[in-house]
Design a protein. Structure first.
Length: 66
């Protein structure tokens, strides 16, 4: 249910807002990968969550542009 609410929130946003959120998610993913490489990351499953969120954002953007 949490995922459905997140996707519904994404669909309510404009394409510009989605692109801003995409940039923020990619920055977060970079930071998580950096922390993982230096053994500072405790919750490694967060990387997977952020990757899936990036895919969700990109899917909503592509559906809105068509």
């Amino acid at each position: 249910m949490k995922t459905n609410k997140y996707v519904a929130d994404l669909q309510a946003k404009s394409v510009a807002e989605l692109k801003d959120e995409l940039v923020a998610a990619k920055k977060e993913l970079f930071n998580l990968r950096f922390q993982n490489a230096t053994n500072q990351l405790e919750n490694t499953s967060r990387i997977t969550d952020v990757r899936k969120n990036i895919a969700r954002i990109q899917t909503v953007i592509s559906s809105k542009q068509n």
